[in-house]
Design a binder for this molecule. Structure first.
Ligand code: GDP
Length: 445
């Protein structure tokens, strides 16, 4: 099928050392022949694939010294012939190179169009493409890992194995339908139930990894709560290791939500120091208190900070509001007094930075989980989770109906489960799902 040449700046339009302009389609070399003058003796049409050639790149009114590389389809990212120009990363140069490709017949690529072509040409699955978006967008090590899990087709392989088992059951049922006189039904039903049971277990196990998978991909939101002056801002500073929050002796200073970000063992944690929860007469402070309620409700973990030198009924009130959430009670200012508190999970001094590393570890254990193997299988996309939930429901329907109805009737549910699983790799995904995924890409990828 004919494929138009599309072109884009793959490195984004920012001044940088190098910019990459990519053309993919039926004949990107034809465009390169007209706009690249190699310094050596090899003509563009004779370029060896995957090899960089130095030369002059035409940018319209001027030329830039850069490099050109040709990837021959199907052994290219998109599966088509592709040419890349590596030029100096000034925005005028990159734009000039791109404009010249348009003058020579390429059209501007839309968001994710190179990757979409790779998907259409069978170079990667839909979930692998989603992994690629995650890798590009991720700011944390664990986010990149989660993206690579998908990009390297680990999930697709796992899901395809389950799909193969479902196909086995379907062919067993077909055989049973084709040769009813051989009385296969009893053994076929038992075999089908065993295989479906396996599939059910595998899907359930994967579904259980979703909470951690999301944390690895999206990070963890931590809200810091406690009455005014217990040392919340100071504790945030100690965790962040710099003075971002305003520390003050006057109760109610922290009106705005102060946010800070740290990585603990590669996972990203977003901290919000909230205004102290209390009934306030001050309107501005009350707005702050309102925000803190919202933050606390949206947090994956609440750090309740108690001041060891000043514990009273107000702490108890706040404690009773947060104790049912995923909560870690931090007894602060332990440098001032040796008073203990039965609710405390950990004792620290924000002022002296005592036990701050232990606090970080406790925060990690309460959210990501202690001893989690980050190289394991993790679900991290809502879309995959939804598809697996639907597949599981169909498999459970089939299992519960297996003894009651004829096998051809349970085949409908099994086929439904197979289809739901196929949405993950993209084999059965609708145009709308595919469009939504590629719309999240940037131009040039
Ligand atoms: P917030 O209102 O809860 O955010 O409390 P701040 O962080 O503003 O701290 C209130 C006061 O307590 C400030 O004077 C801090 O210096 C002091 N403070 C905070 N943490 C500690 C600590 O661990 N030990 C001692 N001795 N003072 C602290």
């Amino acid at each position: 099928m004919a494929s138009e040449n599309i072109a884009a700046i793959s490195t984004g339009l920012v001044a940088s050392g190098v910019a990459v302009i990519r053309i993919s389609g039926d004949s990107p070399q034809k465009i390169a022949e007209k706009m690249f003058r190699p310094s050596g003796h090899t003509a563009v049409k004779d370029f060896e694939p995957n090899k960089m050639y130095v030369g002059e790149i035409e940018c319209g009114g001027f030329t830039d010294t850069g490099m050109c590389v040709y990837f021959k389809g199907p052994k290219s990212f998109t599966g088509e012939d592709t040419v890349e120009f590596h030029c100096h990363g000034g925005t005028a140069i990159a734009k000039g190179v791109l404009k010249r490709t348009f003058e020579l017949g390429a059209r501007p690529a839309v968001n994710g169009e190179f990757t979409r072509r790779a998907f259409m040409n069978g170079k990667l699955s839909l979930s692998s493409a989603e992994g690629l978006i995650d890798i590009i967008n991720s700011e944390s090590e664990s986010g990149v890992r989660a993206g690579y899990y998908l990009y390297r087709e680990k999930l697709t392989v796992k899901i395809s194995a389950v799909q193969d088992k479902l196909l086995d059951v379907l062919s067993e049922i077909d055989a049973d339908m084709d040769f009813p006189e051989e009385d296969l039904t009893v053994s076929s039903t038992e075999t089908a139930k065993t295989i479906l049971g396996d599939c059910e277990r595998e899907i359930s196990d994967l579904l259980k990894t979703f909470r951690t998978g999301r944390v690895l991909k999206n990070g963890v939101k931590v809200g810091i709560a406690g009455k005014p002056n217990t040392g919340k801002s100071s504790l945030l500073n100690a965790l962040l290791n710099y003075d971002k929050a305003i520390v003050s002796d006057i109760a109610g200073t922290t009106r705005d939500v102060v946010e800070g970000v740290i990585d603990i063992s590669g996972v990203r944690f977003y901290f919000s120091d909230t205004a102290g929860i209390r009934d306030s007469e001050d309107v501005i402070e009350r707005i702050g208190v309102g925000i803190s309620e919202k933050i606390l409700n949206e947090s994956d973990l609440v750090l309740l900070v108690l001041d060891a030198s000043d514990i009273d009924g107000e702490d108890e009130k706040i404690y009773s509001r947060v104790k049912d959430k995923n909560c870690l009670v931090v007894l602060n200012k332990t440098d001032k007094t040796s008073v203990k508190d039965g609710r405390a999970d950990i004792e620290v001094s924000a002022l002296n930075k005592t036990n701050i590393e232990q606090l970080k570890q406790a925060i990690y254990n309460k959210t990501v989980g202690a001893g989690i193997d980050l190289n394991g299988d993790f679900l991290c996309e809502e879309r995959h989770y939804d598809a697996l939930i639907r597949a599981l429901e169909k498999i459970r329907n089939a299992l519960s109906a297996a003894d009651k109805v004829s096998l051809d009737l349970i085949a409908i549910d099994i086929k439904g489960a197979w289809d739901a699983l196929g949405e993950i790799s993209g084999k059965t995904a609708s145009e709308e799902i595919i469009n939504n995924i590629f719309a999240k890409f940037c131009v040039g990828k």
